[in-house]
Write a protein that binds this ligand. Structure first.
Ligand code: NAG
Ligand code: NAG
Length: 446
């Protein structure tokens, strides 16, 4: 699959930063900032906080610095106790790369676009083929095709000279999705799940990655798992899974770090860990897990809103947010980051793949094929926040969240709610009518 305009767009979004001076009131520095560090004339780069320096009108008596003086860098990624053998370069790992486009998703989208009779909708749908989404390694069977993708990516970047990132999701914990039913995994804790996860899944992924050390990989680690440990230990399947999840995620962090993978641990979303009562327990879990794993150098930060529908920055709070001050992802991230302190790298990626339309849910916890959702902001490094490395599409929009068939063994009641799309097939399979709605309701339009 050829990398075309989507990758070029990603690159184009980086280039202006490299050369330009920041405008008056623009950002000019701070931890994680990769843009311009000088300001237009008549303004001075001034340290507002460790994460944010801004071009303020006037000239300063003190020369501007990009690393704020007298502050402890919070959330730096280089830990002296790092166990990683392949230390990643500091700074935004996406800068300078284009994405490898998932051949599977591109082929699903191409086939789907052909089924659309309205020609302008079909044309809009076809553009999705070139928008990068993450590749979900949600079973052992996906690892061999992943190896083929790495080989393709390696060949592509050798011929084009453009370095590529292969974005993946690590998602195969034993007793997966412990608080829901639709995404039950293939491994069971009762049946040797932890050993199977380590040897048949993580080790097999690592073996593929080792063959292509020239290909950069960014991974989201185990959606929902740690958030379930923060809020859902009253569900017995989650309580039973706690020590196994922690051991497996630790193993994944260590082994993937050792082969140079950049990782974002899944951190739920604003309507989950963003509630004030959940923020500190969440920060506590992330920091303690990271420390006990030996601060693997590949761990870059956290991923939020994976496969969910929240806006990064909502125009106004959706009524379903019921007074949560962290009613969108930017409020959640701004609230969580300081609690991580210097004990966990406070960098984020945020899924906006299906967040184009807001105020479409009846409850904030509704997650399954939400009706009237639209594709959201396309992947970009122009995030508006020095905490956020990239806006991404982790969920490949059009792949079903779960079946609405109540007779299916994997039926979850969320998938039959009145705000869930009817006639939904099994999780992971293609859901044509849902895809078409994502296309027609995309915001910004495709
Ligand atoms: C899991 O926790 C969330 C957040 O507190 C809650 O909304 C949800 O109902 C819980 N799930 C189960 C199955 O208890
Ligand atoms: C619903 O699931 C049951 C059990 O798997 C199956 O027999 C039935 O055909 C399914 N119904 C539809 C409409 O797909």
């Amino acid at each position: 699959m050829k990398i075309t305009s989507a990758g070029l767009l990603a690159l184009a979004s980086v280039l202006p930063f490299a050369t330009a001076q920041s405008p008056e009131w623009g950002q000019c520095g701070g931890i994680g900032w990769t843009g311009a560090t000088s300001c237009v004339s008549g303004t001075t780069c001034s340290v507002i906080n460790p994460y944010y320096s801004q071009c303020l009108p006037g000239s300063a008596s003190v020369p501007p610095t990009t690393t704020p003086p007298n502050t402890t860098p919070v959330g730096t990624t280089t830990a002296p106790t790092s166990t990683g053998s392949t230390a990643p370069a500091p700074g935004n790992p996406f800068t300078g790369f284009e994405y490898f486009i998932s051949p599977l998703y591109a082929s699903e989208v191409a086939a789907a676009a052909k089924l659309i009779t309205d020609s302008s909708t079909a044309a809009a749908a076809a553009t999705v083929e070139k928008i990068p989404t993450f590749i979900w390694l949600d079973s052992v069977s996906k690892i061999a095709p992943f190896g083929t993708y790495l080989s393709t990516a390696s060949a592509q970047q050798k011929s084009s000279g453009q370095k590529l990132i292969v974005p993946i999701v690590i998602y195969d914990l034993p007793d997966r999705d412990c608080a829901a039913l639709a995404s039950n995994g293939e491994f069971s804790i009762a049946d040797n799940g932890e050993t199977n996860y380590k040897s048949l899944y993580i080790d097999a992924i690592v073996a593929q990655i080792k063959q292509f050390p020239d290909v950069k990989i960014v991974a989201v680690i185990e959606p929902d798992s740690l958030a379930n440990l923060v809020t859902n230990l009253s569900v017995s399947k989650c309580a039973n899974a706690q020590t196994t999840y922690l051991a497996c995620v630790t193993y994944a962090m260590q082994q993937l770090s050792a082969v140079g993978v950049t990782m974002y641990l899944d951190a739920g979303h604003a309507g989950w860990l963003g509630w004030p009562a959940n923020l500190s327990p969440a920060a506590q879990l992330f920091t303690s897990l990271y420390a006990s794993a030996g601060k693997p150098s590949g761990v870059r930060g956290l991923a939020t809103n994976v496969a969910n529908y929240n806006a990064l920055s909502a125009a106004s709070p959706d009524p379903i947010t019921q007074g949560n001050p962290n009613y969108d992802e930017i409020h959640y991230i701004n609230a969580l980051a300081p609690l991580l302190g210097s004990n966990f790298p406070a960098h984020f990626i945020v899924d906006q793949g299906r967040s184009g339309q807001q105020n479409i849910r009846q409850q904030w916890g509704d997650w399954c094929n939400v009706l009237n959702a639209g594709f959201g902001t396309q992947p970009t490094l122009n995030t508006g926040s020095s905490f956020i490395d990239a806006i991404v599409w982790v969920k490949p929009g059009g792949e079903c969240d779960g079946t609405s068939n109540s007779s299916s063994p994997r039926f979850d009641a969320h998938c039959a709610l009145s705000d869930a799309a009817p006639n939904a097939p099994e999780a992971g399979t293609w859901f044509q009518s849902y895809f078409q709605t994502l296309v027609t309701r995309a915001n910004p339009p495709l």
